[in-house]
Write a protein that binds this ligand. Structure first.
Ligand SMILES: Cc1cc2nc3c(=O)[nH]c(=O)nc-3n(C[C@H](O)[C@H](O)[C@H](O)COP(=O)(O)O)c2cc1C
Length: 223
Protein backbone atom coordinates (compact mmCIF):
# COMPACT_ATOMS: atom_id res chain seq x y z
CA UNK A 1 0.00 0.00 0.00
CA UNK A 2 2.85 2.44 0.84
CA UNK A 3 5.87 3.33 -1.26
CA UNK A 4 7.87 0.10 -1.06
CA UNK A 5 10.81 0.37 1.26
CA UNK A 6 10.20 3.89 2.56
CA UNK A 7 12.77 4.41 5.34
CA UNK A 8 11.41 5.97 8.51
CA UNK A 9 13.13 6.66 11.84
CA UNK A 10 10.88 5.99 14.84
CA UNK A 11 12.31 7.44 18.06
CA UNK A 12 10.63 6.58 21.36
CA UNK A 13 11.15 8.79 24.41
CA UNK A 14 9.93 8.89 27.99
CA UNK A 15 6.62 10.74 27.66
CA UNK A 16 3.34 9.03 28.44
CA UNK A 17 1.80 7.13 25.52
CA UNK A 18 3.71 3.87 24.93
CA UNK A 19 0.62 2.45 23.20
CA UNK A 20 0.97 5.10 20.46
CA UNK A 21 4.45 3.73 19.71
CA UNK A 22 3.30 0.12 19.44
CA UNK A 23 0.36 0.98 17.20
CA UNK A 24 2.53 3.25 15.03
CA UNK A 25 5.24 0.63 14.58
CA UNK A 26 2.62 -2.03 13.76
CA UNK A 27 0.94 0.23 11.18
CA UNK A 28 4.16 1.35 9.49
CA UNK A 29 5.42 -2.23 9.31
CA UNK A 30 2.18 -3.41 7.70
CA UNK A 31 2.48 -0.52 5.25
CA UNK A 32 5.81 -1.98 4.09
CA UNK A 33 8.12 0.64 5.63
CA UNK A 34 11.74 0.02 6.63
CA UNK A 35 11.96 1.24 10.21
CA UNK A 36 14.99 2.44 12.14
CA UNK A 37 13.96 2.38 15.81
CA UNK A 38 15.72 4.08 18.75
CA UNK A 39 14.46 3.99 22.34
CA UNK A 40 15.51 6.25 25.22
CA UNK A 41 16.13 4.86 28.69
CA UNK A 42 13.18 6.78 30.11
CA UNK A 43 10.92 5.28 27.41
CA UNK A 44 11.72 1.82 28.79
CA UNK A 45 10.44 2.94 32.20
CA UNK A 46 7.23 4.28 30.65
CA UNK A 47 6.64 1.01 28.76
CA UNK A 48 6.97 -0.85 32.05
CA UNK A 49 4.70 1.55 33.91
CA UNK A 50 1.96 1.81 31.28
CA UNK A 51 1.98 -1.58 29.56
CA UNK A 52 3.81 -3.81 32.04
CA UNK A 53 6.41 -4.83 29.44
CA UNK A 54 9.97 -4.00 28.44
CA UNK A 55 10.26 -2.83 24.82
CA UNK A 56 11.65 -5.47 22.42
CA UNK A 57 15.43 -5.97 22.44
CA UNK A 58 17.60 -4.88 19.53
CA UNK A 59 17.86 -8.37 18.04
CA UNK A 60 14.10 -9.09 18.05
CA UNK A 61 13.36 -7.11 14.88
CA UNK A 62 9.90 -6.60 13.40
CA UNK A 63 8.61 -9.92 14.78
CA UNK A 64 9.31 -8.82 18.37
CA UNK A 65 7.37 -5.58 17.96
CA UNK A 66 4.40 -7.22 16.24
CA UNK A 67 4.27 -9.94 18.89
CA UNK A 68 4.33 -7.34 21.67
CA UNK A 69 1.41 -5.45 20.12
CA UNK A 70 -0.53 -8.70 19.85
CA UNK A 71 0.26 -9.56 23.47
CA UNK A 72 -0.90 -6.12 24.68
CA UNK A 73 -4.17 -6.43 22.76
CA UNK A 74 -4.88 -9.91 24.11
CA UNK A 75 -3.68 -9.66 27.69
CA UNK A 76 -3.97 -6.03 28.80
CA UNK A 77 -6.68 -5.11 31.30
CA UNK A 78 -7.49 -2.22 28.95
CA UNK A 79 -9.90 -3.12 26.12
CA UNK A 80 -8.15 -1.36 23.26
CA UNK A 81 -10.45 -2.71 20.53
CA UNK A 82 -8.22 -1.68 17.66
CA UNK A 83 -9.76 -1.96 14.22
CA UNK A 84 -7.90 -3.79 11.44
CA UNK A 85 -5.65 -1.15 9.89
CA UNK A 86 -5.24 -3.10 6.65
CA UNK A 87 -7.09 -5.90 4.92
CA UNK A 88 -5.02 -9.06 4.38
CA UNK A 89 -4.39 -8.31 0.70
CA UNK A 90 -3.20 -4.76 1.36
CA UNK A 91 -0.64 -5.49 4.05
CA UNK A 92 2.95 -5.75 2.87
CA UNK A 93 5.29 -6.39 5.78
CA UNK A 94 8.30 -4.10 6.01
CA UNK A 95 11.41 -4.45 8.16
CA UNK A 96 12.70 -3.09 11.45
CA UNK A 97 16.20 -2.46 12.71
CA UNK A 98 16.73 -1.19 16.23
CA UNK A 99 19.74 0.90 17.30
CA UNK A 100 21.32 1.71 20.63
CA UNK A 101 20.91 5.22 22.00
CA UNK A 102 24.65 5.91 21.66
CA UNK A 103 25.11 4.28 18.27
CA UNK A 104 26.25 7.29 16.27
CA UNK A 105 27.36 4.93 13.50
CA UNK A 106 23.69 4.22 12.69
CA UNK A 107 22.71 5.35 9.21
CA UNK A 108 20.12 7.79 10.60
CA UNK A 109 22.97 9.79 12.16
CA UNK A 110 24.13 10.83 8.69
CA UNK A 111 22.47 13.08 6.15
CA UNK A 112 23.54 10.69 3.41
CA UNK A 113 20.98 8.07 4.53
CA UNK A 114 17.82 8.05 2.41
CA UNK A 115 15.45 8.66 5.32
CA UNK A 116 12.00 9.75 4.15
CA UNK A 117 10.87 10.95 7.57
CA UNK A 118 11.41 10.76 11.32
CA UNK A 119 8.87 10.69 14.10
CA UNK A 120 9.52 11.04 17.83
CA UNK A 121 6.51 9.32 19.39
CA UNK A 122 5.88 10.08 22.14
CA UNK A 123 8.23 13.04 22.55
CA UNK A 124 9.22 14.03 26.08
CA UNK A 125 9.78 17.66 26.99
CA UNK A 126 13.40 16.72 27.69
CA UNK A 127 14.01 15.41 24.18
CA UNK A 128 12.04 18.30 22.68
CA UNK A 129 14.36 20.73 24.47
CA UNK A 130 17.50 18.86 23.38
CA UNK A 131 16.40 18.88 19.74
CA UNK A 132 15.44 22.56 19.98
CA UNK A 133 18.95 23.50 21.07
CA UNK A 134 20.73 21.11 18.68
CA UNK A 135 22.35 19.06 21.48
CA UNK A 136 22.90 15.91 19.34
CA UNK A 137 24.00 14.11 22.52
CA UNK A 138 22.29 10.82 21.68
CA UNK A 139 21.16 9.12 18.47
CA UNK A 140 17.60 10.46 18.80
CA UNK A 141 18.78 14.08 19.07
CA UNK A 142 21.33 13.60 16.30
CA UNK A 143 18.91 11.93 13.87
CA UNK A 144 16.38 14.73 14.49
CA UNK A 145 19.10 17.32 13.89
CA UNK A 146 19.95 15.60 10.60
CA UNK A 147 16.31 15.70 9.48
CA UNK A 148 16.16 19.44 10.14
CA UNK A 149 19.44 20.29 8.43
CA UNK A 150 18.50 18.13 5.43
CA UNK A 151 15.06 19.79 5.39
CA UNK A 152 13.31 16.44 5.63
CA UNK A 153 10.14 15.67 7.63
CA UNK A 154 10.51 15.59 11.42
CA UNK A 155 7.33 14.94 13.37
CA UNK A 156 7.33 15.46 17.12
CA UNK A 157 4.47 14.03 19.19
CA UNK A 158 4.71 15.78 22.58
CA UNK A 159 2.59 14.78 25.57
CA UNK A 160 2.55 17.16 28.47
CA UNK A 161 -0.04 19.31 30.18
CA UNK A 162 -0.15 22.13 31.06
CA UNK A 163 2.68 23.56 29.02
CA UNK A 164 5.18 26.03 30.47
CA UNK A 165 6.70 28.97 28.61
CA UNK A 166 10.03 27.21 27.97
CA UNK A 167 8.24 24.20 26.48
CA UNK A 168 6.03 26.45 24.31
CA UNK A 169 9.05 28.44 23.14
CA UNK A 170 10.88 25.23 22.26
CA UNK A 171 7.91 24.13 20.16
CA UNK A 172 7.80 27.47 18.33
CA UNK A 173 11.54 27.26 17.69
CA UNK A 174 11.23 23.73 16.30
CA UNK A 175 8.23 24.60 14.17
CA UNK A 176 10.14 27.54 12.71
CA UNK A 177 13.08 25.20 12.02
CA UNK A 178 10.81 22.93 9.95
CA UNK A 179 9.52 20.31 12.42
CA UNK A 180 5.85 19.40 12.68
CA UNK A 181 4.50 19.62 16.22
CA UNK A 182 1.75 16.99 16.39
CA UNK A 183 0.61 16.78 20.03
CA UNK A 184 -0.90 13.54 21.34
CA UNK A 185 -4.31 15.24 21.59
CA UNK A 186 -7.00 12.99 20.15
CA UNK A 187 -10.25 14.59 18.96
CA UNK A 188 -13.65 13.29 19.97
CA UNK A 189 -15.72 14.47 16.99
CA UNK A 190 -15.39 11.15 15.12
CA UNK A 191 -17.47 9.22 17.71
CA UNK A 192 -14.70 6.93 19.00
CA UNK A 193 -15.83 3.42 20.03
CA UNK A 194 -13.07 3.12 22.58
CA UNK A 195 -9.43 3.61 23.46
CA UNK A 196 -8.18 2.06 20.20
CA UNK A 197 -9.97 4.70 18.13
CA UNK A 198 -8.44 7.49 20.24
CA UNK A 199 -4.95 6.06 19.75
CA UNK A 200 -5.62 5.63 16.03
CA UNK A 201 -6.71 9.25 15.73
CA UNK A 202 -3.12 10.28 16.51
CA UNK A 203 -1.38 7.46 14.64
CA UNK A 204 -3.44 8.30 11.54
CA UNK A 205 -2.29 11.93 11.64
CA UNK A 206 1.33 10.80 12.00
CA UNK A 207 0.98 8.47 8.98
CA UNK A 208 -0.59 11.31 6.97
CA UNK A 209 2.42 13.52 7.69
CA UNK A 210 4.79 10.69 6.74
CA UNK A 211 2.76 10.20 3.51
CA UNK A 212 2.07 6.58 4.46
CA UNK A 213 -1.40 5.44 3.32
CA UNK A 214 -3.64 3.83 5.97
CA UNK A 215 -7.22 3.03 6.87
CA UNK A 216 -6.95 3.81 10.57
CA UNK A 217 -9.75 6.33 10.73
CA UNK A 218 -12.37 7.88 8.54
CA UNK A 219 -11.78 11.33 7.13
CA UNK A 220 -14.03 14.22 8.02
CA UNK A 221 -16.51 14.97 5.27
CA UNK A 222 -16.02 11.71 3.38
CA UNK A 223 -18.58 9.42 5.12
C1 LIG B 1 5.63 6.95 33.85
C2 LIG B 1 6.28 8.21 33.36
C3 LIG B 1 5.56 9.09 32.61
C4 LIG B 1 6.14 10.26 32.13
N1 LIG B 1 5.38 11.10 31.35
C5 LIG B 1 5.95 12.19 30.78
C6 LIG B 1 5.20 12.98 29.87
O1 LIG B 1 4.04 12.70 29.56
N2 LIG B 1 5.83 14.02 29.29
C7 LIG B 1 7.15 14.33 29.54
O2 LIG B 1 7.66 15.28 28.95
N3 LIG B 1 7.86 13.60 30.44
C8 LIG B 1 7.31 12.53 31.06
N4 LIG B 1 8.05 11.76 31.93
C9 LIG B 1 9.38 12.21 32.33
C10 LIG B 1 10.46 11.85 31.32
O3 LIG B 1 10.53 10.45 31.17
C11 LIG B 1 11.82 12.40 31.79
O4 LIG B 1 11.81 13.83 31.72
C12 LIG B 1 13.00 11.86 31.03
O5 LIG B 1 14.17 12.53 31.44
C13 LIG B 1 12.88 12.03 29.53
O6 LIG B 1 14.03 11.48 28.94
P1 LIG B 1 14.12 11.15 27.38
O7 LIG B 1 13.70 12.42 26.68
O8 LIG B 1 15.55 10.85 27.14
O9 LIG B 1 13.24 10.03 27.10
C14 LIG B 1 7.49 10.57 32.43
C15 LIG B 1 8.22 9.65 33.18
C16 LIG B 1 7.63 8.49 33.64
C17 LIG B 1 8.45 7.50 34.44
Amino acid sequence: MSDPGKQIVVAVTGASGAIYTLRLVQTLLHAGCQLHVVISNAAKQVFQEELGVTPPQQDEGAAGWLAMMQQIQQQSSVHWNFRDAFSAGESQLGSLRQYGLSDFRASAASGSAQVAGMVVCPCSMGTLSSIACGASSNLIHRAADVQLKERRPLILVPRETPLGMIQLENMVRLSQAGATILPAMPGFYHAPRGMGDLVDFIVARICDHLHVPHRLSSRWGTD
